[in-house]
Design a protein around this ligand. Sequence first.
Ligand code: NAD
Ligand code: DAU
Length: 337
Amino acid sequence: MNRILVTGGAGFIGSNFVHHVVGNTDAQVTVLDKLTYASTEESLAGLPEDRVRLVVGDIADASVVDPLVEEADAVVHYAAESHNDNSLSDPGPFIRTNIVGTFTLLEAARRYDKRFHHVSTDEVYGDLPLVEESLGEPKRFTEDTAYNPSSPYSASKAGSDHLVRAWVRSFGVRATISNCSNNYGPWQHIEKFIPRQVTEVIDGRRPRVYGDGLNVRDWIHTSDHSSAVLTILDRGRIGETYLIGADGERSNIDVVRAILRHFGRDDDDIEWVTDRAGHDRRYAIESGKLRTELGWTPQFQDFEAGLADTIEWYQANEAWWRPAKAATEAAYAAKGQ
Ligand code: NAD
Ligand code: DAU
């Protein structure tokens, strides 16, 4: 695969994948990105111009998508509206980008018979009870877990997964799907949990925790997500779904306390704010299929060390996130969050 089209390659996770491809293959990369508020174009700076090209455009626009898919050997599809809280305030863009955009790309992949990898989320499976609330052995998501999305965001991603499955079965599109857990690392927009709390503490404010703070997320470093996606693109079986996770389950309150400790602040220096509507309780990934079948293993096994690196990155890169901070917090404040 010499030419890879990466949609959403100027976003948090897509840009990490572009770096991973440039560092680990000889492929040429075309990034197709609309450059929404969530894009981090700076993260692509310095990549070799003869290997990486940025095309600014919308994945829901067939006139943009078609020629780019035609010239590529493979499409890796990251572009999405990605934030649950935004999907609760205004679901429309999630339907257009995540569903209509994926449909537009699939039609092009079908027309030109291209390899397609769809990047999705564990949220399509809904949520799990907390370990202490489960009856018997605590459950984790597997590739066989039934779809049960809770939010407009996760429902739109579930819809996109179903489109991919249907295009494989009905039209023979050569596609794979991955469903990954919560990513952390550099370049994540400060609307998201970890960078929001880190930048709140940098600003001398208290972290803002929803509900009772006991909700659990299964954290994976974004570099491990990238290596998993490239592995699936290389060796994944067509038509298969692979769950990506790094055994990183932590409650929100534990993550916030680790951030507070890093800054020498008191463990209980927390602002409890209005809970998210429909807030999923716990996510947990069983990634045995990816590990045994394709031989993938995560490199970042120590979440606390990865979190410390990430905090230091936000301290060192204030010039990047500062312009978005006031507006992001004003939008949260309007919702009591
Ligand atoms: P992000 O919001 O940081 O980046 C999304 C990128 O897509 C941005 O660069 C944006 O400009 C681009 N984009 C949005 N709408 C577009 C459109 N219509 N046309 C072209 N480009 C458009 O998101 P992220 O956190 O990097 O997530 C990337 C993908 O990974 C998404 O599909 C998401 O569902 C999935 N995912 C994310 C996580 C996570 O923890 N963040 C976990 C699992 C899966
Ligand atoms: O599981 C994968 C998903 O992880 C991805 O598909 C999404 O794109 C990504 O945004 C992420 O979704 P979450 O909703 O889990 O992430 P978020 O960072 O928004 O919130 C993480 C947890 O922290 C969640 O339980 C809500 C809580 N939270 C979030 C914010 C922003 C707070 O308690 N306070 C906050 O200020």
